[in-house]
Design a binder for this molecule. Structure first.
Ligand code: F1P
Length: 346
């Protein structure tokens, strides 16, 4: 299976008309660090990749907003790999970050959705996500596809570096192949989520909390809500709540907690207790069969169980649906939100 996955990534690199991943495999395996540059949703996919690559391949990762990268004279060497992620492949800030990294001799690997795009052409090698065109401006399926490619990359590099055992690799491969049916199941939550959206459609603020792999998902949930419904929303690591955002919690504050069963589950349960004690309105995304959180949260959305490492692929779905329904109920144009461009080229 691994060989076919590697073959797929090489094939994608072929489409990019660039060197294949195999040509850069040694670079990845020996990399001192990987610097990820991206904007918006793609930056959130990059954050998931930080967890994946550090966890599975044990290579230090830095995730940078491409829009800020060049303004701080970053330290980049020839031993660095810069991973540029972009749905459109045309984002000006991401292109500028690539050019800067290139000038310092780093190897540039791209993950783009649009074949032949400027970013794809500017990179040394890469993979297309082939998620199809995003109908709307706000990225949704691109996130899923980016995270999938990044998961494969982390698995392949981790296996090659010997940090991911054969059995763990096999286990993850099998679970990855189950993800499409789990995502389909999560999409069946549509009606349930529409009913929750109806209750919160007039809220003016939202908090999103998550830990570990679900932290970037919390950021992405908040971004989707901002982008398409124009509601102010903030995503935080759940543990960061008590360092400030907790002051915002009262009976009018919806708090979306991504609280699936993983290594930080118990800690997230305590965060939910803290929100509840301040009368925050908890909407919890939990793993199917959870019996603890449903007794604490006002609303519970159950998603299928999967490996902690793969959970963002599943847990992001209800958050995208929630934003979508809230936006529609508020009369917003979800495909063409105000002030947003599909490709931010300036
Ligand atoms: C980045 C991005 C999107 C966002 C919006 C504006 O684009 O911030 O994530 O949804 O469309 O641009 P890209 O580099 O991934 O194309």
């Amino acid at each position: 299976i691994l060989d076919s996955m590697r073959g797929r990534l090489e094939l994608e690199a072929g489409h990019l008309n660039m060197g294949g991943i195999r040509a850069y495999e040694r670079k990845f395996v020996n990399a001192d660090r990987i610097i990820i540059v991206a904007c918006g949703t793609s930056w959130h996919a990059g954050l998931v990749a930080e967890y994946l690559i550090e966890d599975l391949a044990r290579i230090p990762v830095e995730v940078e907003y491409a829009s800020e990268f060049r303004y701080r004279n970053p330290i980049i060497t020839e031993r660095d790999i810069v991973l540029a992620i972009s749905q459109s492949g045309e984002t000006a800030d991401t292109l500028a970050a690539i050019e800067l990294a290139k000038s310092k001799g780093a190897t540039i690997f791209g993950i783009c959705n649009v074949v032949g795009s400027s970013i794809a052409r500017a990179t040394d090698a890469g993979a297309y996500t082939h998620a199809g065109p995003e109908i709307g401006v706000a990225s949704t399926k691109a996130f899923t596809a980016q995270v999938t490619v990044l998961t494969l990359l982390a698995m392949i590099v981790g296996h090659k570096r010997g940090t991911l055992t054969d059995s763990k690799l096999r286990e993850l491969m099998v679970e990855l192949s189950n993800i499409p049916s789990k995502v389909e199941k999560a999409l069946l939550l549509n009606t349930e989520i529409e009913a929750i959206a109806e209750i919160f459609k007039d809220s003016t603020n939202f908090l999103y909390l998550g830990r570990g792999y679900n932290f970037p998902v919390a950021l992405e949930g908040a971004l989707k809500l901002k982008e398409i419904s124009y509601i102010h929303a903030e995503g935080y690591p759940a543990a960061e709540m008590k360092h400030g955002p907790i002051a915002l919690i009262d009976e009018n504050m919806p708090v979306v907690v991504i609280a699936t069963k993983d290594s930080s589950y118990e800690k997230v349960v305590s965060n939910i207790q803290e929100v509840k004690a301040r009368k925050g309105r908890i909407i919890a995304v939990v793993t199917e069969g959870d019996t603890v959180i449903p007794s604490m949260a006002e609303f519970v959305i159950e998603v299928p169980a999967t490996s902690e490492v793969l959970m963002p692929l599943v847990s992001v779905i209800p958050l995208q649906l929630l934003s979508y329904h809230i936006a529609v109920l508020r009369g917003c144009n979800v495909d063409q939100p105000r002030n947003l461009a599909k490709s931010v080229t300036v």
